[in-house]
Structures are given as C-alpha cells and as structure tokens.
Design a protein around this ligand. Structure first.
Ligand code: FAD
Length: 296
C-alpha cells in the first residue's frame, strides 16, 4: 500500500499534522511507539482549553479523533528505518514490515538525558521539571531549586524568582562571574555551592554532600536532549544545535534538508511545549499537503 504521507510519531505534533491531511482526504499512516516526552507528568499546563489535564488524556482524545477518519491508518510500533525509494520513502518497522509514503513527516520528539543524581529520575515530571511555564505556578511561591548542569542554569535562576523564592544549586557545573553574581543578587536568588548527592527524600527536597537537607516545593533542571529516533540522522537530515541539544533543521514550510521529508514538534524546535507542537504539526500538515498539490 502506498500512502500519501507516513507520519512517524503519533503524539501532539504528529497527530496535529495528520489531522490536516486527513481532512484533506489524503491517505495517511501514523506509526507511534507511544513514548511521549511528558509521560512522567500527571498534569499538563499551558495548552489552551486543556490546562491541568492529564497529558495522556489530551493525546488519547486527539488520537481517537484522528483515527475516526477513514483515510487514516494507525500502527502502534517503532519505525526503525526510513530510506528513499522510487515512490517516495520506505519506512521499516521493528518487526520488518515495510510501508511506503510519498512524503514522510518526522514527529518523533526528543529524550531528556537527566543528571545522574540519586533519586532524581523518580521525581522527573512529579517534583522535578524543566519548564517553569508548565509547572512553576503550582509550586505556591517556593522555595524552588534550580539544579545547574551548565551555565544555562543562569536562565532558569533569573526566571524562577517570578514563581517563588529561588535557590541555585551550582553543583560544580559552573561558577558565576561578577556580572552573573550581580544579576542573581538583583533577582534575590540564593546560591548553594555544596554538591548535591540526592533528590527526593520528601518530594523535591535536595540532600547535599554534608548530609544537610534543603526543603523545596519543586526543583528545575535543564537536561541535555537527544533525538528520540535515529531516522532523521539516517536519512541525512541536517541538524541545528540548540541550547539543550541538536534538533532537525527545517525551513518555514517545515521541510528538512532532504526533499520530501518534513519534521515538526520537539524534534524540530530548540525548545517546545504541547501548544507549540500542536501548532507546528498543523502548519506541517498544511505544508506537506501543499507540496503534493503544487509539486512541479
Ligand atoms: C516531565 C515533562 C513535563 C512536561 N509538561 C508539559 C506541560 O505541562 N505543558 C506543555 O505544554 N509541555 C510540557 N512538556 C513538554 C511536552 O512534553 C513536549 O513539548 C511535547 O510532548 C512535544 O510533542 P511532540 O509530539 O513533538 O513529541 P512527543 O510528545 O515526545 O511525541 C513523540 C512521539 O513519537 C514517538 N516516536 C519516536 N520515535 C519513534 C519511532 N522511531 N517510531 C515510532 N514512533 C516514534 C514517541 O514514542 C512519541 O509517541 C513536558 C515535558 C516533560 C519532559
């Protein structure tokens, strides 16, 4: 079966792209491994009309609505390879089944590489976060911790006082210079230089090398990200370097450097969220449709 479009990744960005294409009566296949980036959180914030809902429910409702369209096929599974072929692209699944699409959309998201600190992974999305807009409001004014993984922590540390009393745990990741110290002081940020040995005895509480425990309402950190899927690299897509890690380079129509391959959502954005992924997906769906109608 030759599809108009194969979409790899059936979360917010991929489903949003698929919706535009399904409504254009195009034949679409969505392949999804079901590992959304925010699957660790029970509440999603900041997405219009869905504020505070379980992110799994938001994704489930969107997928259910998309799958009602008769031109949409859905496969739960992992795409392990994609390569150009005479018809467009051949996408191979982990069980070796192969599907063809005239266009390919990568909506595969990213993976957060968490700092290797005892207990932190268990608190990810519960009491430890990366996005103040997503989870800062609920922390009730703090105290809020920022766990530095690099100098980028300055960004979080200078933002978070708007959400509550802020402590920056340097954890030997960097040492602020005189200007940075002045900026932190002006924002009322407290500095903690002692190494962090554990997170989460109670919620977001941080344990320091001396055994001292700092009680926190929430902790923010900036993990490095990596692509959730090697497909873009395998296809030869060009990447850009963002502050947190690489993302797929796309043009204004969300076309990658490989003709016929488009990308959207976190995989193709320096720093995304659900609202941005949904908007980006809608734009990509329209652009992919246009590329098939107006192709020269
Ligand atoms: C802990 C946490 C909490 C967050 N909270 C919020 C919040 O409150 N509000 C907010 O707006 N944003 C929040 N975010 C950010 C949000 O999760 C992302 O911006 C959003 O999920 C991006 O959507 P996406 O569709 O691009 O990627 P994802 O949602 O990550 O989905 C990518 C999909 O592609 C699939 N996939 C990947 N590779 C393959 C493959 N090879 N084959 C098949 N399928 C594949 C994955 O399994 C997954 O289903 C949070 C993130 C984290 C980590």
């Amino acid at each position: 079966m030759l599809y108009d479009v194969v979409i790899v990744g059936g979360s917010y960005a991929g489903v949003s792209a698929g919706l535009q294409l399904a409504r254009a009566r195009r034949k679409v296949l969505v392949v999804d491994a079901g590992l959304r980036r925010n699957r660790f959180a029970r509440h999603s914030h900041g997405f219009l009309g869905q504020d505070g809902r379980d992110p799994a429910d938001i994704a489930h409702d969107a997928q259910t609505q998309l799958r009602r369209y008769p031109t949409v096929d859905w496969l739960n599974g992992e795409a392990t390879d994609a390569s150009p072929c005479a018809d467009g692209f051949a996408v191979t699944l982990s069980d070796a089944r192969q599907y063809l699409g005239k266009r390919l959309i990568l909506a595969t998201g990213v993976v957060d590489q968490l700092p290797a600190i005892d207990g932190l992974a268990q608190q990810w999305g519960v009491n430890v976060f990366h996005c103040p807009y997503c989870h800062g409001y609920e922390l009730g004014g703090g105290p809020i911790g920022v766990l530095a993984t690099s100098e980028l922590a300055m960004h979080h540390a200078l933002m978070l006082p708007d959400w509550g009393a802020t402590i920056l745990f340097l954890n030997a990741a960097f040492e602020p210079d005189a200007n940075q110290l002045a900026s932190l002081k002006a924002r009322g940020v407290r500095l903690e230089r002692e190494r962090v040995t554990a997170v989460g005895g109670q919620g977001a509480d941080v344990t320091l090398a001396s055994g001292r425990v700092v009680e926190l309402k929430g902790l923010f950190t900036q993990p490095r990200i990596r692509m959730a899927s090697p497909l873009a690299e395998r296809l030869g897509c060009v990447f850009e370097e963002g502050p947190m890690g690489p993302f797929i380079k796309v043009d204004a129509q969300r076309a990658t450097s490989v003709p016929g391959v488009f990308a959207c959502g976190d995989a193709a954005i320096a720093a995304g969220n659900v609202a941005i992924a949904v908007g980006d997906g809608a734009r990509t769906g329209g652009a992919v449709h246009a590329s098939m109608m107006f192709a020269t």
